[in-house]
Ligand binder design. Sequence first.
Ligand code: HEC
Ligand code: HEC
Length: 316
Amino acid sequence: MRMRSGTPGRVGVFAAVVALTAAMAGCGTERASSDAGGQDRGLGTAFRDPDAPRRGKYLFDAANCVGCHTDARNGGARLAGGKAIDTPFGAYFSRNITPDPTYGIGHWSDRDFLRALRQGISPRGAHYFPAFPFPSFTGMTDRDILDIKAYLMTQEAVALPNKPHDVPFPFDVRATMVLWRLLYFSAGPLEPDPARSAEWNRGAYLANAVSHCGECHTPRNFLGALNNARRFAGARLAGPTAKRVPNITPHASDGIGAWSLDDIATVLKTGMTPEGDFVAAPMSEVVEGTARLTDSDRRSIGIYLKSLPAQPGKGG
Ligand code: HEC
Ligand code: HEC
C-alpha cells in the first residue's frame, strides 16, 4: 500500500463513509442493473455510421485512453489494461477495453458504454473508482462517447483478464462510491455557455471533458475529489515521484499568464515550452494525443485556459 504518512484521519473518515454507504447501498457486490444491459443494441446509430470510428479515434487521442489502458512499461498489449494508476489510496489498475468478449468490452451494448463514461457505473451496476476519470468524461456528448466505442470495436481483441486493485480496505469497496458520488459527482453532459464564443466552448469541452486536463492540474481534497474552486491551479501527482503539476491558470508569476495563445498551442503540439524545454511524463504522453488534434482545437484549449481566473500558487 502506498498511503502517504501524516494522514491519520483519512482511514477513520473513510470507515465512517463505508458504514454509511453500506447502510444506503447494501453490500459491495455487483448488482445486476435494472435496464436491459448487454441485450440493448438499439441505442444510438454510431455503429451504423461508417464515419464513427474515425471521429472516435480523434477523441480517443484527445482523451489519451491508450496511455492509461496500456501497461506500456511492462510490455502490456495495447488497450488490454493492467496499468497501475497511482492515487494517495494505492494503485488502481486500468481495465481491458479491447473488444475481447470475455475479458474486454466486446459484449457491451452502446448503453453499457454510455453508462460507464457518463455515470461511472459498470454494466452490472457496480460503481467505478475515480482513478477512471469518468467525473470528467461525463461531460462528453452521447455521440462523442459512442464514437469512441465505435473506434474501440475496430481494435484488436486481447484475451487478458483484469487485475484486482492494489488498495487497502476500505478504498477497494465500490459501494463507498455511493456517498462519494452524492458529495462530488454530477453527471453531464457539459452545457455550452451561450454567452461565450464557439471557440471558447470547444476549448472548455476539450479541457474539462475529453482531455480531462483538470484530473492532473486541479488539486484534490482528502477523498480524492477535484477541488474545483482551485481549478487548474496546479497539484501534485500521487505515487513515488509525487511530481508537481504546474499551475496553468493565467496567473502572471505562478501560472502561465506570460504565455501567448501560440505558446499554449505549441506545447500541446510539440511538448515545447516557451523556455525551449520539453514537458516530461506524464504530460509528454498527453501531448502524444493533443499533437494529433487540429490547430483550431489546440487554439480553443488555449483560449479557454486564458479565460480562467488567475490562481496563485505553483501547485502541490
Ligand atoms: C487516468 C487513467 C485513465 C484514463 C485516461 C482512462 N481510463 Fe478507463 N479506466 C481507468 C481505470 C483505473 C479503470 C478501472 C476503474 C475501476 O475499476 O473502478 C478504468 C475503467 C474503464 C472502463 C470500464 C471497463 C470495465 O471492464 O468495466 C472503460 C469502459 C474505460 N475505462 C474506458 C476508457 C476510455 C474510453 C477512455 C478514454 C476516453 C479511458 N477509459 C481513459 C483509467 C483510465
Ligand atoms: C496525466 C496528468 C496530466 C494531464 C491529463 C494533463 N497534464 Fe499538463 N502537465 C502535467 C505535468 C506532470 C506537467 C509538468 C511536466 C514536466 O514536469 O515537464 C504538465 C505540464 C503542462 C504545461 C506546461 C506548464 C509549465 O509551466 O511548464 C501545460 C501548459 C499543460 N501541462 C497543459 C495541459 C493541458 C492543456 C492539458 C489538457 C489538454 C493537460 N496539461 C493535461 C500533467 C498532466
